[in-house]
Structure formats: C-alpha cells, structure tokens
Write a protein that binds this ligand. Structure first.
Ligand code: V47
Ligand code: SF4
Length: 393
C-alpha cells in the first residue's frame, strides 16, 4: 500500500470550485480524511456526482491503496455445463434441463483434458463456473477437484458460485458449513463472486426469482470465509434496479467484510441485453459505468481490490476504468468462457496473451503486475520487453 500524499492538483481544483455542491464537498472531505461514507452519501454520489469528480476521487483512493499497480493473473475457465435448473431473466447462456440437447455437459475426463491442455504453461488458476445441472452433484465436483489436484497440485481451484453451491449442498442434504468444509478438503481454495446480482428481494423477484436469495448468498460466503477461503463479490447493475438498491447491495457486502475480512475483490458487472428475456431493458452508458466503478471504490472501503472484467467491457473501456478506481483486470483467460459473449459482451473471443494484457495496462499509464489468486505478486511487467511471438495467443 502507498501512503496518502494529498489530492493531485486536478482534484484539489475540483474541490475548491465555489460551484461544488455542499453535500458532495462534505463527502469528498470524508474520502480525503479516510472516513467511511454512509448509505445516504452513496446515493448522493450516484444522483449528484459528475463523472469527473467521482473519477478524481476514486483515483485518489486507488493510488492511496495501490499506487500505479494493476493486477492480472494467468487463468483459464472450465464451464462444466450450461444446463441450468434456474430461470434468471438476464441469462443468455443457460438451457433448461428439458432442452439440454441444445447445451453442453462435460464429463470429469473431458474437464481433465482441458486442464491437461495447460500442462507446462505458467497458468496459476482454473476458474470453474457454469449452470446448475440437476445431475451434476457435489460428489461429481469433489471427484473433479481431487483429480485436478492429483494432476497439478499447484493449480489454484477457484470455483462455483454461491448459487451452484447452495443447490449442491441442498441436494446432498448437508449444512452450508459442512458442505463448504467437504468442498475445501476436496480441493476448492476460493470462490468467484457470481450469483449476487442485486440482493434486494424486490429486484430478485423481477430478475432471478428462483435461485438462492441475498441472505443465502451472504451465508455461503460467510461459511467459505470461516473455512479459511477467500472469495469475491459481484453486483449486476444497470437493469431494473434503482441507485439505492446498488447502495443497499454494497452495504450488505461491506458489513460482511467487516465481520470476516474474507473478500478479496469487488466486481461490478454491467448488464448486457443480447439474447435474453430482458432484451427490452436498455444497457447503461459508458459514463454510467465509469461512475459505477468510481462509487464502488469510494464505498467499498474495506475491499482491497476492485476488478473490471475486461471480456465484458471491452479493452478500451477496461483501460479507462483504471482511472476510475479499478486496480485489477482479472486474467489473461483464453476463449473458453461463453457466459458473456452470449450476452452481447464486447469481446466475442475473450483471449489475451500476457504481453497484450501487460501492454494494455502500460498504455493506460499503470504498472502491470502478475498476481496469483490471493494477490501474491508474481512478476512486475512494467519494463519487460516482449517479442512479436509473445503477442500471439
Ligand atoms: O452472476 C450473467 C453475470 C455472473 C449476464 O469472481 C451477466 O473473479 C451481464 O460472477 N449481463 C457470473 N452479466 C460470472 C461472475 C464472474 C466473472 C468473472 C470473474 C469473477 C470472479 C466472477 O455473470 C452472474 C451474473 O451476474 N451475468 N448474465 C448478462 N446478461
Ligand atoms: Fe443459471 Fe446462472 Fe444463468 Fe441463472 S445466471 S440461469 S443460475 S446459469
């Protein structure tokens, strides 16, 4: 962490402007004094904050916490299935069980073959996430994880959203704590942040009425933290929710983090409207997206990291977010993830080599740092020179 050196001239000028709204000035003073902002403050930021001021404030906090460092990791995805028992209206990816011949279902061996494709490559993480298939139960995934670990013990397994785990534990008739312990013993080391959407029941009733509710999502992450695992948290924004629902969502995460300190990263996910039941809902603008990242950085004061998921946003917007509070761009990934391309994401073939990702970060004036899943620094790519071959993926 770097130390606070006071606001940069541009931020100081914005704060000194006589036209600055008095509520915004009070909130900005709190941020500079490293005081926590309230839920009411969060709503004021959404309603009154302009993108310039929010960006300058969030950048101040980002640089106070991380300087120029921008993290990425080398990972790949396994999506076991897109068959799903649930019916989230924003989902462009899943197929109901009755239509399962239109989707895919991978066997343990097929998934192990994906892992083996990376033999000898310097990936550090496999991210396993998919639909909730009624026949793929806890034993199936424990078997998968044991086999991955037997093949490659150093590969970190980040897997399963709270939605998938909630279903698995209920089917296996184990408590959340017991289920989490068993999954951890089988090889699960951390959890991604998916399935959170917006916690408020009025919004869940409209967009994802049949999967685990907000309290259930939080209980699963609490149990993971108590088992010694770290997890991430997401928020699907820019659809039918109001600003106060976003603040309420962030508040619940901030409270759990005060209790457990088990969250690594907060990831705002922009709703995309292609080929889903919410195609009539317009997508948020880039300005709205940048404001969302900035407010997340200001509000989530106990979350060490703020991630922009570049396959969803596209490369240029991802670069911009690095000046709006973001200090992590997820991974090099390869093109095995389909969740976003099917929802209309910018990147239809999300794959970037380490060289491409490092240069993208350097072009934004930041220092690319390769990390492992739990943010141990592996290598600083600030001054590394790449060959033409290294830009290929
Ligand atoms: O919960 C689904 C989102 C999430 C759409 O923790 C959509 O490192 C936008 O959480 N428009 C799952 N978003 C993926 C996820 C994730 C991704 C990358 C990294 C990490 C991490 C977590 O994807 C779902 C949902 O919120 N999603 N459909 C859509 N149409
Ligand atoms: Fe299933 Fe996840 Fe799609 Fe919801 S978002 S329908 S839980 S795959």
């Amino acid at each position: 962490m770097t130390t606070n050196s006071g606001p940069k001239p541009a931020l100081a000028a914005l704060l000194a402007a006589t036209t600055l709204d008095s509520q915004l000035k009070t909130i900005a003073d709190k941020v500079l004094a490293q005081e926590r902002i309230s839920q009411e403050d969060g709503i004021v930021l959404f309603e009154k904050g302009d993108v310039g001021l929010l960006g300058a404030l969030a950048n101040h906090v980002r640089e106070r916490m991380h300087g120029n460092k921008t993290y990425f990791n080398r990972n790949f995805h396994i999506e076991p299935t897109n068959v799903c028992v649930f019916t989230c209206r924003f989902c462009s990816y899943s197929k109901l069980y009755k239509n399962r011949e239109e989707g895919w279902e991978l066997s343990v061996d097929e998934m192990l073959d994906i892992v083996k494709k990376y033999d000898g490559q310097p990936v550090t993480e496999v991210h396993i996430v998919g639909g909730v298939h009624p026949k793929m139960q806890m034993e199936f995934f424990m078997d998968l994880m044991r086999k991955i670990k037997a093949h490659r013990p150093d590969l970190h397994i980040k897997g399963f959203t709270a939605v998938e785990l909630d279903y698995m534990f209920r089917k296996a008739k184990v408590s959340t704590e017991e289920g989490m312990r068993l999954m951890h013993e089988a090889g699960l080391q951390s959890m991604p942040g998916g399935g959170a959407e917006i916690f408020h029941p009025d919004i869940r009733a409209q967009i994802c009425h049949d999967k685990v509710d907000g309290d259930g999502w939080l209980a699963i992450h609490r149990a993971a933290h108590n088992t010694g695992m770290v997890t991430n948290a997401t928020m699907l924004y820019g659809h039918v929710e109001q600003y106060w629902h976003r603040v309420d969502h962030m508040e619940q995460l901030r409270r759990l983090q005060d209790e457990t300190h088990g969250f690594n990263t907060f990831i705002p996910l922009k709703f995309r409207n292609k080929d889903n039941e919410m195609a009539n809902v317009p997508e948020s603008s880039i300005v709205e997206d940048l404001k969302m990242y900035a407010i997340a950085r200001l509000y989530m004061d106990n979350f060490p990291h703020l991630k922009a998921y570049w396959p969803m946003l596209g490369r240029s917007t991802a670069q911009l977010t690095l000046s709006f509070g973001v200090n992590d761009l997820d991974g090099t990934i390869d093109d095995t993830t389909k969740i976003y391309s099917m929802a209309g994401a910018e990147e239809q073939k999300p794959s970037m080599s380490t060289a491409e990702l490092a240069v993208l970060i350097r072009q934004a004036g930041r220092s690319p740092i390769e990390r492992d899943t739990v943010y141990n620094e592996i290598r600083d790519f600030s001054n590394v020179e790449f060959t033409d071959d290294e830009f290929k993926n």
